[in-house]
Design a protein around this ligand. Structure first.
Ligand SMILES: *[C@@H]1O[C@H](CO)[C@@H](O)[C@H](O)[C@H]1NC(C)=O
Length: 491
């Protein structure tokens, strides 16, 4: 059984609707009350003659079965068609599965419209209509000694966590994000934005991110990102075409910038690799918690996984000015993939990329198997683990990460001083999942084994020119496979 946690309150997730003749069953609003009560309603509109709800808690509907809650509502009240059950008892984290039905009179005929496969995860319990409000609203920062708790009556008790999801506190230990890729095609728009842009700073990877089924797919319920050469998708020599490449209307980057349109001229070429990158920005973001990704990292020269947390609103500045948490990173090159890295990135120069990176090495390659990679992000530290084995914890230095400004050439880090001691990692972040190739994630070397130098305009072309050296290492395992991404609130 899959679970899809949506973290919107009183909002509804997009699901299938049966719209004909211009009518669609409106989005339902789901509200759960403490100690008891469940209300599901839709707004009234001309022509609606009947509303029916069929629902179950924490169990998917078996087709159009009646369900635990099953009722026809024959009259609208105060502008809404409302199902209300005063005895229903739901807890935060419960999911209501349901389908709705509406009789609609279009002026000539009365037609029935169904909306199947709906669900809503309860993220808060509201005071019962007409009852007095609960004692206190939940504070943003929970004191360590005394935490307020929302009493939901019995087993479903919620103890407030320091973890927030889109500004609201979660319950301790609660699973707040669970990707289920077997439902990806249907549900991806609820949680993910699929990038369509040319990669630019801060890593300048040699990649165009696209939403292409050859590159981005679901295999055996796992998300798979399989980068390919731009020339092999669009034709030999495509990357040196002077007319360039315009991603057009669908570009998710900044319009009329190098994120959406690039040309080739002299040393400048179109990125030679097409890959994919997904992010939850604007859909799911959180502060503090444990994130775990079960994945098989890509194997192949100069490929690398992008399993990041990036700042949701970039209050401290763009890119690394707001920091980045890396859940797992390994170069796809044979030999180098025996080293796994995780940690935080504070700035663009190599020293700022390395300062807070933890590593763990083994004799085999980390790209050979699936592993559980996790980061435990707390208000005072970030701990990296793989397969439940801790390999490093990062504590900010006395004076915070901003005190490293001179040594690490940090830009704008003065702003971090306005935050907590773990700033810039004291703001909500969103999840990024993707595959990169080349760019600034590989240090320059003098032994000639890396075909380009960073910070040179010609670097991408040098990488492309050397393709006979690395292309043959991209075999069937040159892809990132992700079984799940889960996030839990702190205990
Ligand atoms: C990794 O996660 C999977 C799925 O949750 C679990 O079955 C497995 O035991 C975990 N492996 C380790 C080594 O922790």
């Amino acid at each position: 059984m899959y679970m899809w946690t949506v973290c919107l309150v009183l909002a509804f997730c997009a699901c299938f609707s049966h719209g004909q003749d211009g009518f669609e069953v409106p989005d339902a609003t789901v509200e759960a009350f403490t100690p008891r009560g469940l209300r599901v309603s839709i707004p009234d509109q001309d022509g609606i003659k009947l509303f029916a709800l069929h629902a179950k808690i924490n169990e998917e509907m078996n087709g159009r079965e009646a369900g635990t809650f099953s009722r026809d509502i024959t009259k609208a009240k105060d502008g809404r068609w409302t199902f209300y059950d005063s005895q229903a008892k739901l807890a935060v984290g419960d999911t209501l599965y349901f389908w709705t039905f509406v009789d609609y009179f279009d002026g000539e005929r009365k037609l029935g419209f169904v909306r199947d496969d709906q669900f809503f995860t309860i993220t808060e319990l509201l005071p019962k209509p007409g009852a007095k409000p609960p004692p206190a609203s939940v504070p943003t920062v929970t004191p360590v000694t005394k935490s307020p708790s929302i009493d939901t009556g019995s087993n479903g008790g919620c103890k407030v966590s320091t973890t927030t999801v889109r500004g609201k506190n979660s319950c301790r230990g609660q699973l707040i994000f669970d990707s289920s890729f077997d439902q990806f095609a249907k549900n991806k728009a609820n949680l993910w934005t699929i990038q369509r842009k040319f990669a630019t700073g801060p890593d300048y990877e040699f990649v165009i991110y696209e939403d292409n089924p050859i590159v981005l797919s679901v295999e055996n319920s796992r998300l798979a990102i399989t980068p390919i050469l731009t020339d092999s998708l669009y034709g030999e020599g495509f990357v040196v075409r002077p007319e360039g490449f315009d991603l057009g209307e669908k570009c998710t980057g900044v319009r009329a910038s190098a994120e959406c349109y690039q040309t080739a001229l002299g040393w400048r070429i179109i990125p030679p690799v097409i890959s994919s990158q997904l992010k939850t920005k604007g859909k799911f973001s959180f502060k503090y918690g444990k994130i775990e990704v079960r994945a098989k990292l890509p194997k192949g020269d100069w490929l690398y996984p992008e399993l990041y947390l990036n700042s949701e609103s970039e209050e401290y500045g763009s890119g690394y000015e707001s920091g980045q948490i890396r859940i797992a990173f390994a170069a796809g090159n044979e030999g180098e993939s025996r080293k796994l890295e995780g940690g935080v990135i504070l700035g663009s120069i190599p020293a700022a990329r390395k300062y807070a990176m933890k590593t763990i090495e083994k004799t085999q390659s980390w790209t050979d198997d699936f592993h559980n990679f996790s980061a435990l992000w707390k208000p005072d530290s970030i701990t990296l683990s793989v397969d439940n084995m801790v390999y490093g914890t990062i504590f900010p230095p006395e004076g915070g990460f901003a005190s490293l400004a001179t040594n690490l050439h940090l830009k704008n880090s003065d702003k971090w001083k306005s935050g907590t001691k773990i700033a810039p990692f004291d703001k909500e972040m969103h999840i990024v999942v993707g595959v990169g190739a080349g760019g600034h994630n590989f240090d320059d070397r003098s032994d000639g084994t890396k075909p380009w130098f960073n910070n040179q305009p010609i670097s991408q072309k040098e990488f492309y020119k050397a393709r006979n050296q690395w292309q043959s290492s991209w075999k069937t395992e040159a892809k990132l496979q992700v079984e799940y991404v889960k996030v839990w609130a702190l205990d």
